[in-house]
Design a protein around this ligand. Structure first.
Ligand code: HEC
Length: 158
């Protein structure tokens, strides 16, 4: 089969798939059932919604992606034996800095705020532990900090 034919076939499959999904959605809307894929965030999955305005949503997600990057950078620094570097990242990017305190204060939900502050405090504890250059203790502290990521994501959504 020529490459053009393969591309044509793939395009057809995608087009048919999209059309079928569209019809299925329409049927669901007509029959009063919730559509399966659109607006996943509107679904009630048991987490508490923070009811954030659009601007805060974008900001929060960007901040979260930065948290994830920081965790990667911390692990990379530990792997190179650069404990001071890892400690600096833990404090500056995840710790309870003025900026993080200000950001947490913007949320209305008190439980969320408390969890956020405890999370940032745990990152400062992580920074202190990293400065001891004890790899096992550092990994344990990192696990505790990651526990806050996990706990908050299980409890809250935007
Ligand atoms: C105090 C609560 C809280 C903590 C702590 C927290 N997050 Fe989040 N995070 C959220 C919320 C709320 C969302 C949005 C989830 C949703 O609406 O489904 C989110 C979303 C994310 C996303 C998705 C970003 C995107 O662009 O879609 C990533 C990645 C993420 N968090 C990483 C982390 C990491 C890594 C940590 C810990 C180092 C962390 N978060 C700690 C509350 C938290």
């Amino acid at each position: 089969m020529t490459i053009e034919r393969v591309i044509l076939l793939l395009t057809l499959f995608v087009a048919i798939g999209t059309a079928r999904a569209g019809i299925a959605e329409e049927n669901e809307i007509v029959s009063g059932q919730a559509p399966r894929h659109p607006a996943m965030h509107m679904m009630n999955d048991g987490r508490v919604s923070l009811d954030l305005p659009p601007r805060m949503r974008m900001h929060q997600l960007a901040n979260m992606r930065s948290h994830l990057e920081a965790v990667q950078a911390i692990i990379a620094a530990i792997a190179e034996g650069d404990f001071d570097g890892a400690a600096n990242i833990a404090h500056a990017r995840l710790g309870l800095t003025q900026e993080m305190r200000r950001m947490c204060a913007m949320f209305e939900n008190d439980d969320f705020k408390r969890l956020g502050l405890s999370f940032h405090e745990s990152a400062d504890t992580l920074a202190e532990t990293l400065r001891t250059r004890d790899a096992n203790a550092s990994l344990r502290a990192l696990k505790t900090t990651l526990g806050y990521c996990v706990a908050c994501h299980a409890a809250f959504r935007q």
